[in-house]
Design a protein around this ligand. Structure first.
Ligand code: THG
Length: 262
């Protein structure tokens, strides 16, 4: 499983402050720190309630790219902000994200074709997030079929079954895991899968424990990527260990260090 570092997000107080004060050093530090700790992509999100999402996205992308060459995961529901970000990304990016809604799929899949982007596809529609795995998988199939119609290669698609906090939506947990399994059966080759890992633990007492346990459970069900806290060493060690136990990496005595350096 690859880690998409979650930390450059205006949801965090220090990033919100950096945005307000146009202090790029904070963004650059998080970019470097996450890369050093094993992140393979960096999520970039202007945060909720941004007054100028397009300008802020451009600024965050520029500051991030000053400090890291990792590909970016442009995280916004504002597609003008995504497009502005894509135009200045130095290498192909990931668009985060699109739900199964016709007008949004048209905009995002067209952008993805123009820019050679990967796309995170959300298992939700106008009606919201369904509970049962069958409905989530049906939405995933709709997204995959529609992307194909626009010419987006299946290798560029990540299905996100949508993780909700376990303290308020406990019954969704098994449905998310089952969706991860079933998505691998909908096409050959199948799309990849991704989750927003820290969602699982929002509002819970021992967040890091919830995150790392859910991470390895999801990996056992075929999870390919997670937007997660790359600076949580216990999480990164759990992921490295699960990769060994799932026979994804070859065992060596220092595999946790190797995972970070890879
Ligand atoms: N799927 C996709 N993209 C996503 C998500 C997803 N992007 C955003 C989010 N979910 C993943 N990123 C985060 C980032 C932070 C937190 C959770 C998920 C988080 N933040 C602290 C909180 O809410 O308690 C607040 C910050 C602070 O400590 O100041 O938990 O699911 N495709």
């Amino acid at each position: 499983m690859i880690i998409i570092g979650e930390r450059i997000n205006g949801m965090f107080q220090d990033i919100a402050k950096a945005i307000r004060e146009k202090d790029g050093s904070v963004v650059q530090e998080w970019a470097k720190k996450q890369e050093q700790n094993g992140a393979r992509y960096l999520d970039v999100n202007v945060g909720p309630g941004s007054t100028e999402p397009v300008e802020t996205m451009k600024w965050l992308v520029e500051e991030t790219q000053k400090a890291s060459d990792l590909p970016l995961c442009l995280d916004s529901t504002n597609y003008d902000a995504i497009e502005a970000g894509l135009k200045i990304c130095k290498q192909p990016a990931m668009i985060n994200s699109v739900p199964a809604e016709a007008a949004k799929m048209e905009r995002v899949f067209t952008l993805a074709c123009e820019h050679g982007s990967e796309v995170i596809c959300l298992a939700m529609s106008e009606e919201g997030i369904p509970k049962d795995s069958e409905s989530r998988v049906a939405l995933a199939m709709e997204l995959v079929a529609t992307a194909d119609g626009y010419g987006v290669p299946i290798d560029n698609l990540y299905i996100d079954p949508l993780v909700l906090p376990c303290n308020v939506a406990q019954d969704h947990g098994p449905e998310v895991l089952e969706t991860l399994r079933q998505v691998k059966l909908i096409s050959d080759p199948p799309p990849k899968t991704v989750v927003g890992l820290s969602n699982a633990s929002q509002g819970t007492k021992d967040r890091e424990l919830v995150n790392r346990i859910f991470a390895v459970m999801a990996m056992a069900n075929g999870l390919d990527a997670a937007i997660a806290d790359a600076c949580d060493d216990e999480l990164m060690a759990a992921v490295a260990t699960a990769r060994i136990l799932l026979n994804i990496d070859i065992y060596c005595d220092s595999y946790v260090d190797v995972f970070k350096q890879a």
